[in-house]
Structure formats: structure tokens, C-alpha cells
Design a protein around this ligand. Structure first.
Ligand code: C2E
Ligand code: MG
Ligand code: MG
Length: 637
């Protein structure tokens, strides 16, 4: 009867083994420990059978040998319980060092218990009539004590430790449950040798619930699926491994010439090619995207290029443009934190590089990937800041030389990040311009300026108008003028209190839209300044063509006047021309009294710079003008 039970156990393990080896696996740590556990239990069952045979034929065998086989069997019981503990720890200990230490500690404990089993005597029971055999005595007791201690340890771990996958927890709990029931039965009825069989059942449960490689496979293509991808990438990150990745996404060209089946067929063909490649794990992460994780650094970049070319010729078989694949090769995908972030990065690259990169292999090196990630994070931050109203406007007072007081101010945007820190426009304006969020930022700033001006009645403090920066992206928006007029109407602010700062726009088309916008706003009474004059390729013609009222000399230009002889002549000439056209000038970036005096003698009408004040929050700006715009009679100017 007992041999029959053990043989059933072996049969279960053989079937399981046959299923297991047919499927490809990712060789994650969990899978490796599962294989070790599987082997331990198989060995334990074999020793179980060997010990029954040895006891049955003990009279024709040396007693020392029979005892040895029985003790070895008891030892394998302890060892398979140790394997179950390691299996649970494989999930708890994410890093390699503590994991190795854990293996060492449990191996030493197991060896200690096995040593004790061999050190004490074992008794053998055999009933010739019924054929029942079993071991008992000191060695059995040591085994029971060791196994029960490990079992309790395991159950405590399962219930108390975080980080264990819930499916694994469930599977191991069922396994431990089966084992406990079997052990109790065997303890009470020592002739019922069912613990070995229970181990086989336990490992079967773990296989079905958690370690079945089929769960990691995509049915249609035989590639690994998204679940496997998430697990695998998680492990790569926990182990701090660097790894190159190639993403292949197949876009269908919508000309109605082919059916869904053709698409499915193509995906399968591609999968077939990819499956034959050595040293690469291929994951189908969604309907049309496959990710190739290279297991070796050396030659990965060249291999990626080869794969792209090979697939490209494959796609051409269906005709030019029927399928448009997008290939992105990332040298080191470790810079992201998880599988889902990696997929987001790939999507982001596709959006950034656009359609023009289709069919080519876009290589994103580590630096570029880091930059992209930083930009992506900044875009998230800007969107969240807009959503949560963390966009602030600071005001930098502008001094009128003629009036000898502050007659205007420039509105300068700031963002508060999630930690409450102030983020300067230099860090986010360019990014916002690239992804279009600048339109929302611009409108928000404009609204806040209108509200602030009216709510605080800034006119009473002598602030005649506020200068608000307009991005070239906004200026090229056909609806800009209408939107800004609507905002001004909503806040009931007179357009004369608004001065919009423009910069030179690159394209003629954009310039025409800007002109339309400007004319519409000027028709209402808004004024315009040309900002950043003196930077880059400033064009004097631009001043002639654009209906601006003020030209703002950039800080670089103001500084160059003092440092560099030639710049002085350029500035003098520009100034003559600007003043000849009856336009005013604002000198930006004036930091010292000497600079201020020179600007005054040059006849520059307005001064902006740290000499007077840095940009200030609303409250500080109010305090500033209340304190400084005071006339000689003690009232506000
Ligand atoms: P900008 O329009 O030329 O603004 C002047 C910049 O020079 C401001 O920097 C200001 O703080 C700084 N500045 C003023 N006086 C001095 C000085 O004496 N010394 C020094 N070192 N710097 C001085 P900020 O606030 O960092 O803004 C930088 C740029 O960001 C602005 O240059 C503008 O191009 C852009 N920006 C700011 N707010 C907005 C906005 O609401 N919309 C748009 N589209 N762009 C904005
Ligand atoms: Mg400006
Ligand atoms: Mg400027």
C-alpha cells in the first residue's frame, strides 16, 4: 500500500515535469527556486520508496545500510521543507546579497538537523503480515521537530511579511496546509506514509497556481506575455541589472486593403522570426507591440539593427506602407523604474520622434533616455501644477526714468512643485512650448494678471500697465486674440493696462498670424513690446515690421554695453533708430547704480533689474510699490 502511494506521488511529479520542460521559462529567481524545490521533493519521494524497500528486505541487507537509507530519507524530508522556505524568501528578499545569505543560513540549519538525524539512532517497524513498514524513534523525532519548526516559520512568514505575491502566498499556504494535514495523519498513524505524496500534491498546487509557464505566455504567438514582462523587469530592477531593449510596434496602415487576419498573420510571422533569435527574451506587451530584452550587452546594438532590417524586408513583402513598424532601441532601460514606465517611455519616444522615424531604428542612448524621462516628468508636473493651481505669477517692478517711479511691472510665471519648491520658468517654459501646454500656462498667467490688477486696483499705486510674456507658440494660435479679449472682458480690465511682450518668431506663416492677433488686440487698446532685443539674431527689420510700442533690451545687451566696445556701437545705433521711430526702450538686467546712471544718460526711458527689485510675489510686490511709489506729499503717486 505504501509503495503504491509513493509511486502515485512520483507519477504526479513525472507528469508535471513533462509539462514543465515543454514550455520556455524566464529563469527568474522564483523559477529557479521552484525547480530546486521540485528536485528536492522528487529526491525525497525516491528516498521514501528506497527506505520502504530497504526495510522490507532488511534481512538480506546490512543493517547499517538499511539505517543509512532510512536516515537519508528523513534528511530529504527536512531538506524539502527548507526548499519551501527558500521559495517564500525568494519573494521577500529582493536584493541579491541578503538572498545569498538567506540560502547559506537555511542550508546550514538543514545540514545541522540532518547531522543530528544521523547522530541519533533510528528504529524500524516492519509487519511481515500486513507489509507495513515505517521508522520511528529518536531520528524520526528530530526530523519531526525540524520540519515542524520550519513549517511554523514558513507560515509566520506568509502571514507577516509584505512583498509576497498574493498568488504565491495562496499557493504556498495550500501546499503547507496539505503537508500539515498529512504530517498529523502520519504522526498519529505511523504506518500511513503519506507525507512524501503530500509534498508532490503541494508542488502540483504551486505549479497550477503560480509557476505554470503557460501563465506567462501569449497564446497567439507563443511569446512571453505582459504579465511575464512586468515580473521580469521587476526582477531586473531589484537586482540592479542594466539591460538593452528593442521595442517593435506595428502600426496598420489604414487603406482598407487588408483584413484583421492579415494583421494577426503578420504578428505571428514576426513572432516566429523573433522566437528563433538567441539570447533574447521576447514579450508581447500589447496587441501590436513586442519588446525584446537582450540578455547580453555585447553586440546588442548591432543585433537590434539587424533585427530591424530583417523585419523591414519582411514587411515589404506586404507592399510598401501596408505595415508601418516603429523600432526603438534603448541602450540601458534600467533608468526607468518599472515595466510600465518602460512602456510609457517607448510611447513617449514614438510621440516625440513622430511619423518620420517609422521604419527606422531609433536609438535612444542612456543620456537621451534620461533627458526624455526628465522632460516627461516635467510635463506631468506642469499638467499637475495647472490642475492643482500651482502656477504663480511674480511681478518685477519697472522704473520710469521720466516719472521717477515705478509705472509698470513684468509678470513672470513660477511653478510650485509637488514638494512646495519654486520652479523657475527657465526649467519648464521650453518644455511647455514643445508639448503645447504653454497655451494653458499663458492663459492662466494672463487671467491671474487681470484679476490681480483689478482686485488690487494697481492703477491707484501708479502702475499703469503690466507686461505679460507671450510665447511664440501662443502667438501662432489663431484664437489667441479672441481668448485674451474674452479674459479681459471677464475681469473688466481696460486693455490699456496690458502690454504683451513678443519675441521674434521663426516662420513667416506664424508671423502673419501673430500680426492678425496683434492688430485685433491693438484695436482694443492693448500695447506690445518686443522682448529680448539683442539676443540671438535680432533683426532691426522686425521692429519696423511689427506694431510694437516698446523695445526691451535684453540683459546680455545691457551688460555687453559695458564690457565690449563693439556692442556699444550696435546699441547706440539701435537706440537711435528705435528712438527715431518714437518707440520707448526698457533696459533689462540693470543690477548696479553705475549701469543705471549710464542707461539714464543714454536716454533710455525704463529700467528693469535687480538694482531696483527682483521679481516679487503678489503681496511683496504690493508692499514694494506702496513703499516706493510715494510722492513728496506722503500720498501714493
Ligand atoms: P524675460 O521675459 O526676458 O524676463 C526677464 C528675466 O530676467 C526674468 O527671469 C527676470 O527675473 C530676469 N531678470 C530681471 N532683472 C534681472 C537682473 O538684474 N539680473 C538678472 N540676472 N536677471 C534679471 P525669469 O523670471 O527667470 O524668466 C525667464 C524667462 O522666462 C523670461 O525672460 C521669459 O522669456 C520667460 N517667461 C517668464 N514668465 C513667462 C510667461 O508667463 N510666459 C512666457 N511665455 N514666458 C515667460
Ligand atoms: Mg519678458
Ligand atoms: Mg527679456
Amino acid at each position: 500500500m505504501n509503495i503504491a502511494v509513493q509511486c502515485c506521488g512520483i507519477a504526479v511529479l513525472v507528469v508535471l515535469f513533462l509539462f514543465y520542460i515543454q514550455k520556455k521559462t524566464l529563469a527568474t529567481r522564483s523559477e529557479r527556486v521552484f525547480r530546486y524545490t521540485f528536485l528536492s521533493i522528487t529526491f525525497c519521494l525516491c528516498m521514501d520508496i528506497s527506505s520502504i524497500v530497504a526495510i522490507t528486505y532488511r534481512e538480506s541487507l546490512p543493517m547499517l545500510f538499511v539505517n543509512f537509507v532510512c536516515k537519508l530519507y528523513l534528511g530529504t524530508l527536512v531538506q524539502s521543507m527548507c526548499a519551501s522556505l527558500l521559495y517564500v524568501h525568494a519573494d521577500i528578499l529582493k536584493e541579491e546579497k541578503p538572498w545569498r545569505k538567506c540560502i547559506l543560513v537555511y542550508m546550514l540549519i538543514t545540514l545541522g538537523i540532518i547531522g543530528a538525524i544521523f547522530a541519533v539512532p533510528v528504529s524500524i517497524y516492519a509487519n511481515a503480515e500486513t507489509g507495513q513498514v515505517y521508522t520511528y524513534g529518536a531520528a524520526s523525532m528530530v526530523t519531526y521537530a525540524g520540519v515542524v519548526a520550519m513549517l511554523i516559520n514558513n507560515i509566520i512568514l506568509l502571514f507577516t511579511r509584505k512583498g509576497i505575491n498574493p498568488w504565491r502566498r495562496r499557493a504556498v499556504l495550500i501546499w503547507m496546509g496539505i503537508w500539515t494535514v498529512a504530517a498529523i495523519i502520519q504522526f498519529v498513524h505511523q504506518d500511513l506514509l503519506i507525507v512524501g505524496f503530500a509534498s508532490a500534491l503541494g508542488i502540483l498546487v504551486v505549479y497550477l497556481q503560480f509557476e505554470n509557464p503557460e501563465m506567462n505566455l501569449d497564446w497567439e504567438t507563443g511569446l512571453f506575455n505582459q504579465g511575464a514582462f512586468v515580473q521580469y523587469i521587476q526582477q531586473m530592477h531589484e537586482q540592479g541589472q542594466e539591460y538593452p531593449v528593442l521595442s517593435i510596434r506595428i502600426y496598420r496602415y489604414n487603406d482598407g486593403n487588408y483584413s484583421e487576419e492579415v494583421q494577426a498573420h503578420v504578428i505571428q510571422r514576426v513572432a516566429g522570426i523573433l522566437l528563433s533569435l538567441p539570447n533574447i527574451y521576447v514579450f508581447r506587451v500589447n496587441e501590436a507591440e513586442m519588446l525584446l530584452v537582450f540578455r547580453k550587452w555585447e553586440g546588442a546594438a548591432a543585433a537590434a539593427q539587424d533585427i530591424c532590417q530583417r523585419l523591414q524586408s519582411e514587411f515589404r513583402l506586404y507592399g510598401e506602407n501596408v505595415f508601418r513598424p516603429y523600432y526603438i532601441y534603448t541602450e540601458n532601460a534600467k533608468i526607468v523604474n518599472s515595466g510600465s514606465e518602460l512602456l510609457e517611455l517607448m510611447q513617449y519616444v514614438r510621440v516625440k520622434y513622430g511619423e518620420s522615424a517609422q521604419g527606422k531604428c531609433v536609438v535612444v542612448d542612456e543620456e537621451a533616455a534620461e533627458q526624455l524621462l526628465a522632460i516627461k516628468n516635467m510635463e506631468h508636473q506642469i499638467a499637475a501644477a495647472l490642475e492643482e493651481d500651482r502656477i504663480l505669477v511674480y511681478y518685477q517692478p519697472i522704473y520710469s526714468v521720466k516719472e521717477q517711479r515705478f509705472t509698470s511691472a513684468e509678470a513672470l510665471v513660477r511653478m510650485i512643485d509637488e514638494e512646495g519648491k519654486l520652479v523657475m520658468p527657465g526649467e519648464f517654459i521650453r518644455i511647455a512650448e514643445e508639448d503645447g501646454l504653454i497655451r494653458k500656462i499663458g492663459a492662466r498667467v494672463f487671467e491671474k494678471v487681470c484679476r490681480f490688477y483689478i482686485e488690487q486696483n494697481l492703477e491707484q499705486y501708479g502702475i499703469e500697465y503690466i507686461e505679460v510674456n507671450l510665447s511664440t507658440v501662443q502667438a501662432a494660435d489663431k484664437n489667441l486674440a479672441q481668448d485674451y479679449i474674452r479674459i479681459m472682458d471677464t475681469h473688466r480690465i481696460e486693455p490699456k493696462h496690458i502690454n504683451l511682450e513678443i519675441t521674434e518668431s521663426a516662420s513667416v506663416g506664424d508671423r502673419n498670424i501673430l500680426l492678425d492677433n496683434m492688430n485685433m488686440l491693438i484695436g482694443r487698446g492693448v500695447h506690445f513690446s518686443l522682448d529680448d532685443f539683442g539676443t540671438g539674431q535680432s533683426n532691426l527689420n522686425y521692429i519696423v515690421e511689427m506694431p510694437v510700442h516698446i523695445v526691451k533690451f535684453d540683459r546680455d545687451m545691457t551688460n555687453a554695453y559695458f564690457e565690449n566696445g563693439k556692442a556699444k556701437y550696435v546699441m547706440d545705433a539701435a537706440m537711435h533708430m528705435i528712438q527715431g521711430m518714437d518707440l520707448s526702450i526698457v533696459a533689462e538686467g540693470v543690477e548696479t547704480e553705475a549701469q543705471l546712471e549710464t542707461m539714464k544718460t543714454l536716454g533710455i526711458q525704463y529700467i528693469q533689474g535687480y538694482y531696483f527689485s527682483k521679481p516679487l510675489s503678489e503681496q511683496h510686490f504690493l508692499d514694494f510699490i506702496k513703499e516706493n511709489n510715494v510722492d513728496r506729499t506722503g500720498g501714493v503717486a
